[in-house]
Design a protein. Structure first.
Length: 174
């Protein structure tokens, strides 16, 4: 089973993932997509790094560039970095992180295929689906092997324990 979080901006989805991983103590693979410390700045980079390594906020890891209210997605970077990080996780990771999936990668066809291939694998995926599902993420949300959980201020503190229990149960069932 795969568990994907959704919710409002700044609702704590990535924090729930980090806390859940602390509860699980499993080998992690996959990717994370942080802004870095300048998240509120009009001029910023959205980057992608391996989920098991510290963030790298630089042009080599940029998947989108935000400048004065304009946004430029870099689909070729999703295809290169995202596919590589998911492939590197195969066979090594006990849980795959996909934080986050959304509309920015709508033109990254190789990346989309790698995500779907990873979701088809037997191990669990823990990730984030951007709220207001785009075409390709709507298809993910509707999969039978995906459980979509909305993170709110009311449930975010309890979710790490609930998710770790669900993930462990799903592993033991398979």
């Amino acid at each position: 089973m795969n568990f994907l979080l959704t919710g409002e901006l700044h609702s704590g989805k990535s924090t729930v993932i980090k806390k859940t991983l602390c509860e699980l103590n499993m080998r992690v693979g996959g990717f994370c997509t942080p802004f870095g410390s300048n998240r509120e700045s009009p001029d910023r980079l959205l980057c992608m790094h391996r989920a098991d390594l510290p963030p790298e906020i630089d042009m080599d890891h940029a998947i989108a560039v935000f400048s004065a209210g304009d946004r430029q997605s870099l689909p070729e970077r999703f295809d290169e970095l995202g596919c590589r990080f998911l492939l590197e996780a195969e066979g090594l990771a006990e849980i795959i992180i996909m934080d986050e999936l959304g509309a920015l990668e709508k033109d990254a066809e190789k990346f989309q295929k790698a995500v779907l291939k990873t979701l088809d694998m037997p191990g669990p995926v823990l990730g984030v689906l951007r709220k207001g599902f785009s075409d390709w993420t709507k298809n993910i949300a509707e999969r039978e092997d995906v459980c979509v959980i909305t993170v709110t201020a009311d449930n975010r503190d309890e979710l790490p324990m609930i998710l770790s229990d669900l993930i462990l149960k799903s592993i033991n069932v398979c």
